[in-house]
Design a protein around this ligand. Structure first.
Ligand SMILES: [Zn+2]
Length: 114
């Protein structure tokens, strides 16, 4: 290899190194953008998760309130049914008075309605 060839080769390597250096800079820029976006997404995800948790909690509270109410209604119905079994009217026609062993159509209707 003569001196001219050696000089050309070194020049070509220098050029390649220059191009690689530029590519490296570009890649670094992309990575910086990705890191920023990743950070933004992490924060957004955190906020969305918090909101989801809140809504799930609210739904659960609503659902448990609803089931409490239907339990109260069920309990009231059971109490009235027991009262009827014990021989008292629970209909609004004769409420609270003794049934004297006969079934009352008003009471039965009232019980079935519930
Ligand atoms: Zn009755």
């Amino acid at each position: 290899m003569n001196n001219k060839e050696m000089f050309d080769q070194v020049s070509s390597m220098e050029e390649q190194i220059g191009q690689l250096y530029q590519q490296l800079g570009d890649l670094k820029g992309h990575i910086k953008e990705l890191l920023k976006e990743n950070h933004r997404m992490t924060i957004e995800n955190h906020h969305l998760r918090q909101r989801l948790d809140q809504e799930v909690e609210q739904e659960a509270t609503k659902a448990s309130e609803k089931s409490d109410q239907s339990n109260v209604i069920g309990e009231g119905h059971d109490n009235l049914a027991r009262l009827y079994e014990e021989g008292f009217h629970i209909c609004n026609v004769h409420f609270g008075s003794p049934r004297q062993d006969a079934d009352c159509l008003f009471c039965l209707q009232f019980l079935n309605k519930k």
